[in-house]
Structure formats: structure tokens, C-alpha cells
Write a protein that binds this ligand. Structure first.
Ligand SMILES: [Zn+2]
Length: 436
């Protein structure tokens, strides 16, 4: 029996899916305008591990896992304007790089990856519905959600009204009836990406995106909604309000699962603080994706994870030991204590600890696999060569550099890979590689 801590209930509860043959999980995905940092990589690794556990418990085809791509956003628009390109140039570039980084961390693409720009019609339909029900209103080309129209608003973050207004960091805008109201739709001036709507040409706000995509792809009520702690307010609070009001009170998610931050020194790792380290940099320095994955799973997902160079070194040493113990055994059965540890609110530190006590190499290989570890051959691991996913990530980066005519970077990546014994060959169908 899997037990998960539910942020809404404030307690660990047995995870009993609505339909065990179609378990639904949605995790808020990246806004694609820059490289992911290690803090951004924690939710995809945590929820990939949860997905592996659910598939182990309920069957390989039991789970539908959706992670969205936010590809329309003010930061994307600003960065496209800065480069003098269409927003799609920015979003396609960073989505490719994101998927490459995730592959290196052993995170396969989710089952469904809806893109905001491909889902405008369901968003407009949801907004129209909220307007019709009196939960939203139009003002000066904007459509806003009326927070006072929802008596249950604040249920997830449990903030009182003063905290809501302060915490929302809401811009004071003359068209708002209430300072806590938030934007569902906003106007796009000429030259800015936009779509026709009943309220004029414009674009969606961020929160409505997830509510509309969840309804379109997974249903009105899903089993698990996940994301980082920082999304509880306002993002998830707003998702809940929109969806519940539009769907006659049906809850949006049965379990709200949130991961803690990755810290650098005393602070949360964040782009705005400028204290970030990216998987791309760490891979370029020769660390393996699996080492970074183990480091990200070394603390319980709800706890803060202090990121240090020592943590990375320690994770590498642990993997060396595990690869030595597993050798080249084929994967066997999975150890029940590893499953029990993960089933207890995804207790990865306990599961990792248990791996050391397993003396059957085949069981060790399979049990580590449940955490997405020991995916390489021992031979390749100890040869010290870059792992395949990391090479692919570096090749994707080099292709982007060439595209933006940054040949110095492209050459540097070729040389770095050569130093690791990887030879690149450019051909008409792209770049292939071989080991020296
Ligand atoms: Zn979301």
C-alpha cells in the first residue's frame, strides 16, 4: 500500500486511486525560456520515481502521467524580443534542451506533454464557463477570476485574506474589482503573440493553462497533482478555484504532492537570486546524469536539499559501490524492503540505504532500477566514459550553438567530448557519435 503526504489534508494518506487501471497524475512543467537548473530538476526526478513506483504496484500501463510545457509567457515574449526572433524559436530550443537534460537524469518524457499554445480553445471554453457562472468577469480586455465569488478560496494554502493579498504580489490594476482577483486572459497588442477570443485578441494567464489541460487530457478530478512547494500559492490555489468552480464543486486532485527546494548555501536555488547550477554545467564537467539523479533523491522529497560539491562526489562514490556490487547481473526480482520504503511517502533515503544491504546482484540491479539507478552497464560505468544521454545532451547543445552561429561554443563542445573519448561525425541527417 502506497501512502502519500497530501498537502491539502496535511497528512499522509493511503493512496487508493479512483480507477486503478487509469491512474492520473499531472505535474506542472517548465516554462521554456532558459536552461533548467538543479532546483528545477528536482520535481521531474521525484515524480518520475513516484511514476515508477505506481507502475510497479498497479501495472506498467496503469498510469497516465501528464507534464505540461508553458510556451506562452511574458518572459518568453521578452526573451524572443531581445533576440529578435519568434517566441517559438525560444520555446522549441529550450524545450529540446530541457528534454535532453531530463534524459540525462534518467527521466523519460511523460505520457502526455500538452503545450499551452496548442490548447487555447479549451482554455477559452473554460474561461467562458467561469464568466457564465459569475466566477469571472471581463474588464478592459482582461478576464479576471473573482476571488470573492469562491467561498472556499484559500483551502490549499490556508491563508487569510490579508496574507492572500500580500502573498499574491498582485499588481494593483484599476480594472480589478478585488485586489486578490487574478488574470485568466489578457490582451495582446499588435506584434505580440495572441489569439482571437470573445474578449478580443489576447493570450491566457498561466494558471488557467493547467486547469484546462487537466480537464482536456485527464478529466475533472485527477489522482495526483504535483509540483514544487513554491507552486502551492498562488498557482495551485488558483488552479483549484478555477477547476472546482467550473466543474460543480468536483475536486481537482485527490492528492496534492509537493517537493521541497534545492538550496545553495542558506538560500533557495533560483534564477532570480542568480545562485544556480545547471545539470548541463555538471554534465559538461564530466559528472554522470545518474550521479545527479542519486544526489536529487538523497534527501526525502519534502525536505530541503542542500546542494554541494561534496554531495555530488558522495553520490558518485555510492554509485561506484553499487555498480561494483551489481556487476553485470541481469535484473531480477525487486527487494520488498525497497518497495516498502518507497511506498512510505516515497522515502528515498531509506530505499537507498536498503540497497547497500542487498547481496544478490540481480535483486540489487532491479531494486535500484525502481529508483532509476544502475541503468548503465558496470563496464561502461567504470570505463569512465560519458553516458549516452549526457553525450546526446551535449550534441543537442552544440547543434543549438551552431544554429545561433556561436561556433566557438560548438567547437568547445566537440573538443570537450573528444577529451572524453567521444568522436562526433556531422552528416546530412545530423550528428552521430562513436567512442574512440
Ligand atoms: Zn500548473
Amino acid at each position: 500500500m502506497i501512502r502519500l503526504y497530501d498537502t491539502l489534508a496535511r497528512e499522509k494518506r493511503p493512496f487508493v486511486p479512483l480507477n486503478p487501471e487509469r491512474i492520473t497524475m499531472y505535474v506542472c512543467g517548465p516554462t521554456v525560456y532558459g536552461r533548467a537548473h538543479i532546483g528545477n530538476a528536482r520535481p521531474p526526478v521525484v515524480f518520475d520515481t513516484l511514476a515508477r513506483l505506481i507502475r510497479h504496484e498497479f501495472g506498467a500501463n496503469s498510469l497516465v502521467y501528464a507534464r505540461n510545457v508553458t510556451d506562452v509567457d511574458d518572459k518568453i515574449i521578452a526573451s524572443a524580443a531581445e533576440e529578435g526572433v519568434e517566441p517559438s524559436v525560444i520555446t522549441e530550443r529550450y524545450e529540446r534542451l530541457y528534454l535532453g537534460d531530463m534524459r540525462a537524469l534518467g527521466v523519460p518524457p511523460p505520457d502526455i506533454a500538452p503545450h499551452a499554445t496548442g490548447e487555447i480553445a479549451p482554455m477559452i471554453a473554460l474561461i467562458e464557463r467561469l464568466v457564465g457562472l459569475g466566477n469571472a468577469y471581463e474588464a478592459e480586455g482582461h478576464v479576471l477570476f473573482s476571488v470573492p465569488s469562491d467561498p472556499d478560496y484559500g483551502v490549499l494554502s490556508r491563508r487569510d485574506r490579508e496574507q492572500l493579498i500580500a502573498g499574491a504580489r498582485v499588481e494593483v490594476a484599476p480594472y480589478k474589482r478585488d485586489p486578490a482577483d487574478f488574470v485568466l486572459w489578457k490582451p495582446s497588442p499588435d506584434g505580440v503573440i495572441g489569439w482571437d477570443s470573445p474578449w478580443g485578441r489576447g493570450r491566457p494567464g498561466w494558471h488557467i493553462e493547467c486547469s484546462a489541460m487537466i480537464k482536456a487530457h485527464l478529466g475533472e478530478t485527477i489522482d495526483i497533482h504535483g509540483g514544487g512547494l513554491d507552486l502551492i500559492f498562488p498557482h495551485h490555489e488558483n488552479e483549484i478555484a478555477q477547476s472546482r468552480c467550473a466543474h460543480a464543486g468536483a475536486p481537482l486532485a485527490r492528492f496534492w504532492v509537493h517537493n521541497g527546494f534545492v538550496d545553495m548555501g542558506a538560500e533557495k536555488m533560483s534564477k532570480s537570486l542568480g545562485n544556480i547550477v545547471t545539470p548541463a554545467e555538471l554534465l559538461a564537467r564530466g559528472h554522470r546524469g545518474e550521479t545527479l539523479r542519486l544526489a536529487l533523491l538523497s534527501a526525502h522529497y519534502r525536505q530541503p536539499l542542500p546542494w554541494t560539491e561534496a554531495l555530488v562526489e558522495q553520490s558518485k562514490a555510492i554509485l561506484d559501490r553499487l555498480y561494483r556490487a551489481a556487476g553485470d547481473a541481469p535484473a531480477g526480482g525487486i527487494d520488498s524492503e525497497v518497495v516498502d520504503a518507497l511506498s512510505d511517502d516515497l522515502n528515498t533515503p531509506a530505499a537507498l540505504g536498503r540497497l547497500h544491504a542487498i547481496d544478490d546482484p540481480a535483486v540489487l540491479k532491479a531494486s535500484a532500477g525502481l529508483l532509476g539507478l544502475l541503468s548503465d552497464t558496470a563496464d561502461n560505468w567504470f570505463r569512465g566514459g560519458a553516458d549516452e544521454a549526457a553525450v546526446e545532451t551535449r550534441i543537442a547543445e552544440r547543434a543549438e550553438a551552431k544554429k545561433s552561429r556561436d561556433f566557438a561554443t560548438a567547437d568547445r563542445i566537440r573538443e570537450e567530448l573528444k577529451a572524453e573519448g567521444i568522436i562526433l561525425e556531422d552528416g546530412p541527417a545530423g550528428t552521430t557519435w562513436r567512442r574512440e
